[in-house]
Design a protein around this ligand. Structure first.
Ligand code: MEV
Length: 426
C-alpha cells in the first residue's frame, strides 16, 4: 500500500513534491536553510537586520479549487491546522471541491481633504473632474495600464462627525492586477494630492490605501455531503446541526465571532505568509469587513441546503499579489507560488479563501463534537516532547505515550525520555 503524505519522511515528501509538481530539487532547497532567505537578502528587506526567523512549512492536501487540484503550502507554528484543512478539503472533494472567485483586483486609496468651507460643494467639484483626475493617475502608470490595470473610479465620502468636525474623503479606485498594490496606490494618491488641492482649495492631509479592500473580495463556497460528516458515533445530521448551532453562536456574539474568525485566519494567514504577502493587511481587512454593518460578526455563512447537506460560504477582502514586494524577493515564497502553479493574484486569492473556509469547518466540526483538545493535544504533545529534549525520531513515541496516559506535560515528557534512555542501556 502506498504511504499517505503525512506518513512519509521529510526527504520522501520532498521527493513527492519533485515528482508531482513543477518544483525542482533546487526549489525544494528553499524549504530548508540552504537556499531559503539569506541574511544578506534579509538585510536588504528591513532595517537593522541581524538574521532570519524560521517557521514550519507544511502542505495542505486534497484541495480542489474551481476544478483544479492544488497542493497548498502553509506556514505557521500551530499544530492541527494543516491536518484540519486537508481533512475538510477531502470531504469537500466528494462534492466537487471549492468554487471560488474574486470580485476584482481593485484597491481603494484614501485622500483626507481638510479646511473646506463647503465639503458638499467640494464633493461635487471632484465628481465633475473625475475624468481628468483618473487621467493623471493612468498617465503616470503606463505599465499598469498596459497590463490591463489602472484607475477605475473616484468616489467621495463625507465624514459628518469626527473629533475635528466634518471633512471630505476621496477614494481612488485602482485596479492593481497581480500586485498587492500598496505601492501602486500610495504613489497614485501622492500624484493626485496637488491637483486635488488646486481644484478644491482644500488641504490634502493623509494619502494612504485602505486595508478594508471591499472591492477586492474573495469568496469560496463548498458543499459537504451529509454522509461525509458522520464519524465515530456521530451521525451526519448531528454533526451538521451541531455545526450550524456553532455558527449561530459566532453570528450573534462578538466574543465568539473573534475566535471563530481567528480559526478562519489560521488557514488564510498561513498561505498569505507562505507566499510572502502582507498578512497584517489581510488581518486588518478581514476584521474590518467582519464589522462592516456596525457589529462584529462571523465572516462565514453556513446553511443546510435543499438536500440536507452542509453548505459553507466565506467572503473577505483579499489584497494579495504574486509580483513585487517580499513575494519577489523571498526565494521560498517564489517556490510556494510555483508549487501552487498560480498565474494570477486572482487564482492565489481563490485558493486562500478556500483554505479559510475549510479551516473554519475543521474547527467547528471538532468544537461541535469531540471538542478541540483531542486532536490538538496529540499534535501539541509532539511539541512538548521536542521542547523537553526529544530528538525528531523520539518525539512521536514520547507524544503517543503522553496521549495514551492523558498526561501531556513537560515533566512527563522528561520522565518518558529518561525511561527510554534507561531502556536503551539495559
Ligand atoms: C484555534 O487556533 C482556532 C479555534 O479556536 C477556532 C474556533 O474556535 O473556531 C479552534
Amino acid at each position: 500500500m502506498t504511504k499517505k503524505f503525512y506518513q512519509l519522511s521529510l526527504t520522501e515528501r520532498h521527493q513527492y513534491l519533485q515528482d508531482h509538481t513543477a518544483l525542482t530539487a533546487s526549489d525544494l532547497q528553499t524549504f530548508t536553510s540552504q537556499k531559503g532567505l539569506s541574511p544578506e537578502r534579509a538585510d536588504a528587506m528591513v532595517e537593522n537586520a541581524v538574521g532570519v526567523f524560521s517557521l514550519p512549512i507544511g502542505i495542505a492536501q486534497n484541495f480542489v479549487v474551481n476544478g483544479k487540484a492544488v497542493l497548498v503550502p502553509m506556514v505557521l507554528e500551530e499544530p492541527s491546522v494543516i491536518a484540519g484543512a486537508s481533512f475538510m478539503a477531502r470531504l469537500a472533494q466528494k462534492s466537487g471541491g471549492f468554487t471560488a472567485s474574486m470580485s476584482s483586483q481593485q484597491m481603494i486609496g484614501q485622500l483626507q481633504l481638510l479646511d473646506l468651507k463647503d465639503p458638499e460643494a467640494t464633493a461635487k467639484i471632484i465628481n465633475e473632474n473625475k475624468d481628468s483626475l483618473l487621467k493623471i493617475v493612468n498617465d503616470n502608470a503606463p505599465r499598469l495600464v498596459q497590463r490591463g490595470g489602472g484607475a477605475r473610479d473616484i468616489e467621495t465620502r463625507l465624514v459628518q462627525s469626527s473629533p475635528i468636525g466634518p471633512f471630505l474623503v476621496i477614494h481612488l479606485i485602482l485596479d492593481v492586477r497581480d500586485a498587492m498594490g500598496a505601492n501602486a496606490i500610495n504613489t497614485a494618491l501622492e500624484q493626485l494630492a496637488e491637483p486635488v488641492a488646486k481644484l478644491t482649495g482644500g488641504r490634502v492631509h493623509l494619502k494612504i490605501l485602505s486595508n478594508l479592500a471591499d472591492k477586492r473580495l474573495a469568496t469560496a463556497e463548498a458543499t459537504f455531503a451529509l454522509e461525509t460528516l458522520a464519524f465515530d458515533s456521530y451521525s451526519g445530521e448531528t454533526v451538521r446541526d451541531g455545526i450550524l448551532e456553532a455558527w449561530a453562536f459566532a453570528v450573534a456574539d462578538p466574543y465568539r465571532a473573534a475566535t471563530h474568525n481567528k480559526g478562519i485566519m489560521n488557514g488564510i494567514d498561513a498561505v498569505v505568509l507562505a507566499t510572502g504577502n502582507d498578512w497584517r493587511a489581510i488581518e486588518a481587512g478581514a476584521h474590518a469587513y467582519a464589522a462592516r454593518d456596525g457589529g462584529y460578526t462571523s465572516l462565514s455563512q453556513w446553511r443546510k441546503d435543499e438536500n440536507g447537506n452542509l453548505h459553507g460560504k466565506l467572503t473577505l477582502p483579499m489584497a494579495v499579489g504574486i509580483v513585487g514586494g517580499a513575494t519577489r524577493v523571498h526565494p521560498t515564497a517564489q517556490a510556494n507560488l510555483k508549487l501552487m502553479g498560480v498565474r494570477t493574484a486572482e487564482e492565489l486569492g481563490e485558493i486562500i479563501v478556500s483554505v479559510g473556509l475549510a479551516q473554519n469547518l475543521a474547527a467547528m466540526r471538532a468544537l461541535a463534537t469531540e471538542g478541540i483538545q483531542r486532536g490538538h493535544m496529540s499534535l501539541h504533545a509532539r511539541q512538548i516532547a521536542l521542547a523537553a529534549g526529544a530528538n525528531a525520531s523520539q518525539a512521536q513515541n514520547v507524544a503517543d505515550q503522553m496521549v495514551r496516559e492523558n498526561a501531556i506535560n513537560a515533566q512527563r515528557a522528561q520522565e518518558i525520555l529518561k525511561e527510554m534512555k534507561e531502556d536503551r542501556h539495559d
